[in-house]
Write a protein that binds this ligand. Structure first.
Ligand SMILES: [Ca+2]
Ligand SMILES: [Ca+2]
Ligand SMILES: [Ca+2]
Length: 204
């Protein structure tokens, strides 16, 4: 009687252990998930702290970006509008000598800013199809994504020998701008040897 009682207890204990084992197996995924959540939140906390440190470094630093005399800042970038006029090639040389290059227009905001910056001048920009006719490239080699060509441009001179081969782009408030219903300056291709003012943009 006593023996059977013991056996029964053993059996009960075994069953109980088995149940615990099953329960542990059941909660295993949620344990590892909890561990992952803790790690994730730790990572998040770390990046929040890093962000905070960076921000306070930036805010507390005395180094404020400025542009050289005669340059204008727009969106943390410095721009120079020449007073002289010259060929596209000469314009580019001048910009490079200033540690910059001819302007690359790569956002609508920049196009709008430059439209006001040039006032009524016609200015060279860092865009040409000199390497391959009809393939327009910026001076840093990037292809054209955003375009603000004037109506019927680029026309490579339209076949009129008077205009020659037009492989360099300039910005200006040309006569056809009113057809595009906005105040923005537009681009036109022109003989590279034409004498225009130019805009330099400091390199990033
Ligand atoms: Ca730019
Ligand atoms: Ca051309
Ligand atoms: Ca043209």
């Amino acid at each position: 009687m006593i023996q059977s009682c013991h056996s029964l207890r053993k059996l009960d204990a075994l069953r109980a252990m088995e149940e615990i084992y099953v329960n542990v197996e059941d909660i295993k995924p949620s344990i590892s998930q909890t561990a992952e959540t803790i790690q994730q939140s730790h990572t998040n906390q770390t990046s929040i702290i890093i962000c905070g440190v960076k921000k306070s470094l930036i805010e507390n630093t005395d180094i404020k970006k400025t542009c050289p005399a005669g340059w204008r800042m727009f969106s943390c970038t410095c721009y120079f509008l020449s007073t002289q006029s010259g060929s596209w090639e000469k314009a580019r040389e001048d910009c490079r000598a200033r540690g910059a290059d001819l302007v690359i227009i790569d956002s609508p905001e920049e196009q709008t800013f430059l439209s006001g910056f040039i006032s009524t001048s016609e200015t060279w920009i860092g865009l040409s199809d000199r390497e391959e006719e009809g393939v327009w490239k910026w001076v840093d080699g990037t292809p054209l994504n955003l375009t603000y060509w004037a109506v019927k441009q680029p026309d490579n001179g339209g076949g009129d020998p008077k205009w020659g081969e037009e492989d360099c782009a300039h910005l200006g408030h040309d006569g056809s701008a009113h057809l595009t219903h906005d105040e923005s300056a537009h681009w036109n291709d022109l003989l590279c040897g034409s004498l225009l003012r130019w805009i330099c943009e400091e390199m990033a």
